[in-house]
Design a protein. Structure first.
Length: 314
């Protein structure tokens, strides 16, 4: 471990120890949740930072060695957040709860949060999968067949730019439940960018590769499997990333407008009851969940495109 990394983790020890001291020793401003769990958490992170500074000589620690400054900065942020909310009241309640209030949500309301995550995934995963498959097949057809491109291009140009959530009133009329309507809207939000990027990738394949394959007796199906699809994968993943981001937006908005479960519904419920600690806790869960799904898609991209050098890390 370099001296800079060691100093970063030493700063992390100091920052999280300061957060524990601020929470446990300074008097609270008004009625706020007891800060003991936050003190214990901050002290545990400070101990982990100290152990990290000692573990630097081990090879297994190398992948996380560069996180020291971020951990230290997070400790400073928690201490500052505690000061301006629980200790001084500079930021007014209920709009700005203390860190301990947010932490208490995970202890008191973890079951409802977990159920909300599960309900959202039951909508997001099938909707994204359906949109990805539909968009890929449509883009493949448009890129390969002039006839499919002739009929598909106007549809993409006219309907693609429309926000998928704008179709919500129609979807609620056509589909029997808000869940099925949300799945359709997520599929719609995913399908259009995937179709456009897939068709673009197909058209960029060098036509001489087809000529060589046909000279050797290859069928159209063989050309699609062995030339078109592998060459299109980089474009396909760009479309998948765009569709995944759009899916998050559609999911939350659809759940906020009419669902009885899910993270969007949880946000609406928390806002209606002025339970802003629950709202911030749900936002943190959404951040971790959506970031994890994006990370999983990056991992799939690295596995499928081993030959393509990574330019963006997640």
């Amino acid at each position: 471990m370099s001296d800079a990394t060691r100093r970063a983790f030493a700063a992390g020890v100091a920052a999280w120890a300061a957060a524990a001291a601020v929470t446990g020793l300074l008097a609270d401003h008004g009625r706020v949740p007891a800060g003991r769990p936050l003190v214990e958490l901050a002290a545990a992170v400070a101990v982990l930072c100290g152990l990290a500074a000692l573990a630097g000589r081990f090879a297994w620690f190398a992948p996380v060695a560069h996180q020291g400054r971020r951990v230290a900065a997070l400790g400073v942020a928690v201490a500052a957040w505690e000061i301006v909310t629980a200790k001084t009241g500079w930021l007014p309640l209920p709009f700005f709860p203390s860190p301990q209030a947010v932490l208490d949500v995970y202890r008191v309301d973890s079951a409802r949060l977990a159920q909300s995550v599960f309900s959202s995934l039951l909508i997001l995963v099938p909707g994204f999968a359906l949109g990805a498959v539909t968009g890929f097949l449509a883009g493949l057809a448009m890129g390969w067949s002039p006839e499919a491109r002739y009929w598909g291009h106007p549809v993409i140009r006219l309907l693609g730019p429309l926000p998928s959530i704008a179709w919500l009133p129609v979807a609620l009329f056509v589909f029997p439940t808000i869940a099925s309507a949300s799945i359709f809207l997520i599929a719609l939000a995913t399908a259009f960018p995937v179709a456009v990027l897939t068709a673009s990738g197909v058209t960029l394949v060098d036509s001489r590769l087809y000529d060589v394959g046909r000279t050797l007796g290859a069928s159209n199906g063989f050309l699609i499997r062995t030339i078109v699809i592998p060459a299109t994968l980089p474009h396909l993943f760009v479309g998948l990333f765009m569709g995944l981001g759009a899916s998050f937006i559609v999911l939350i908005v659809a759940e906020m407008l009419g669902a009885k479960a899910g993270l969007g519904w949880y946000l609406q419920w928390a806002q209606g009851w002025a339970a802003y600690a629950n709202l911030y806790a749900a936002l943190a869960v959404m951040s971790v969940l959506f970031s994890g799904l994006t990370m999983a898609l990056f991992a799939a991209r690295r596995r499928a495109l081993r030959w393509n050098r990574e330019t963006v890390q997640w």
